[in-house]
Design a protein around this ligand. Structure first.
Ligand code: ATP
Ligand code: MG
Length: 405
């Protein structure tokens, strides 16, 4: 990608109404554009980050044998009425709209009802189970407050995974596999050391669910943790019963704020029962399907990575999600010529600042945009047959022979 060719421009100042650090920096660096509160466009660089995040998730879920599909955003009220969740009293964040031909539709805030409805066409026998499917899908939620940049969108990207089983042991086994996969995912996203599996409320069918919470000053959740962080629980389950279950005392817990980057839930029959998702067992009798669901907030994760790594100069991307690994700057006629050659021989890996600007402006933009390594080729470095490579995270520079770049 050449900065002279892209329509995207960096901004010196963030829009005044953008108070969140992630929203302000991503806007200034040209990754996103704000349409309105909680509603953002993703620009070419922003898409590349999102795709990298999606591919890490995809890779780990495919290893578990999960299959990817994509469901619709428009929702038929019927299955939601069967579970009681089309009502605005039950679910207060619906966006709804009317059909020109009459009747009402919803914009999906989540997809349990439609996936169960869909699976009624494909699951009929124990031989069809277990199975697990996931999607990356835009969700719509009429969130009361949307002031946290892409941490809380009214339109946002979620990965949602659903699993279907004949018995509880099989659900438990898969759930444990997802726990392991999620840990790998957050590690690969650069969030491993601050992200903790957290006890949260479970609903009717299971005592607890688990959230994955990234400890973060601007996180909206309150969580409590013990000294070695082996037990982390959400405020909503901070009660004598939970403390007893987890073998911890309230006095030994500390409080902090965190951002929920994912959650996993044993649904059991919560949706399969009211929607009639059944299979026939070996004795040919009808049984209700066991289910689990597992979410990751993909766009929120991108915002959390920004919040965790950014410094006062701008974004800092971990290599695993960076839109480009290298930010290439040529200075002077010879530097520019060598930079052109390097760019041509590394297709797809390099963001090339080939604009006719002062070096200082280019350096400031490189720091704002946050690629892991800046490569500068100038008369000065060429005198040593080298380029200067600077690590965005540590700020350390070293000369590298052009032939070894
Ligand atoms: P929260 O408590 O933050 O509102 P939630 O419990 O409503 O989250 P789920 O419905 O389980 O979340 O959604 C799965 C994941 O999607 C969450 O773990 C979170 O990472 C992400 N998510 C939820 N709401 C939003 C939002 N408004 N914007 C961005 N990501 C979101
Ligand atoms: Mg919510």
């Amino acid at each position: 990608m050449r900065l002279s060719k892209t329509f995207v421009k960096t901004l010196r100042e963030a829009p005044k109404d953008e108070t969140a650090k992630n929203g302000a920096l991503l806007t200034r660096a040209g990754y996103i554009h704000k349409e309105m509160a909680g509603v953002y466009d993703f620009l070419p660089l922003g898409i590349r980050v999102m795709e990298n995040i999606k591919n890490i998730i995809r890779d780990e879920l495919n290893k578990l044998g999960c299959e990817e599909l994509q469901m619709t955003a428009l929702q038929n009220p019927e299955p939601w009425e069967k579970t009681g969740r089309f009502s605005d009293q039950a679910v207060d964040i619906w966006f709804k709209t009317n059909l020109a031909s009459g009747g009402e539709l919803g914009l999906a805030p989540t997809h349990e009802e439609p996936i169960v409805n869909l699976m009624k066409s494909y699951i009929s026998s124990y031989k069809d189970l277990p199975l697990s499917v996931y999607q990356f899908q835009t969700k719509f939620r009429n969130e009361l407050r949307a002031k946290s940049g892409i941490l809380r969108g009214r339109e946002f990207l979620m990965k949602d995974l659903y699993s279907f089983h004949t018995n509880e042991e099989d659900l438990d086994k898969f759930y444990a596999e997802v726990e392991v996969a999620y840990k790998k995912i957050y590690e690969r996203l650069g969030l491993g050391e601050d992200t903790f599996e957290t006890f949260a409320s479970g609903g009717i069918f299971s005592k607890y669910s688990h959230e994955f919470q990234t400890f973060l000053p601007v996180g909206e959740d309150d969580v409590y943790y013990n000294a070695d962080k082996s037990v982390v629980l959400n405020k909503e389950v901070l009660n004598p019963e939970t403390l007893n279950d987890l073998g911890v005392k309230e006095e030994e817990l500390q409080q902090t704020t965190a951002a929920e980057v994912g959650n996993i839930f044993k649904l059991k029959f919560k949706y399969s029962e009211p929607l009639g998702l059944k299979y026939s067992d070996e004795q040919n009798s009808q049984q209700v399907v066991y289910m689990g669901c597992y979410g990751i907030g993909v766009s929120r994760v991108m915002g959390v990575i920004v919040e965790k790594y950014a410094d006062d100069k701008g974004l800092v991307w971990p290599e695993s999600v960076a839109p480009f690994k290298y930010h290439l700057i040529g200075i002077g006629e010879n530097g520019m010529k060598r930079a052109e050659e390097f760019y041509a021989s590394h297709p797809g890996e390099v963001l090339f600042d080939d604009r006719d600007l002062r070096p200082g402006e280019k350096f400031a933009d490189a720091e704002l945009m946050g690629m892991p390594y800046r490569i500068v080729i100038s008369d000065k470095t060429l005198a040593e047959d080298s380029a200067e490579v600077t690590d965005r995270g540590t700020g350390e520079s070293r000369l590298v022979k052009i032939s070894e770049l």
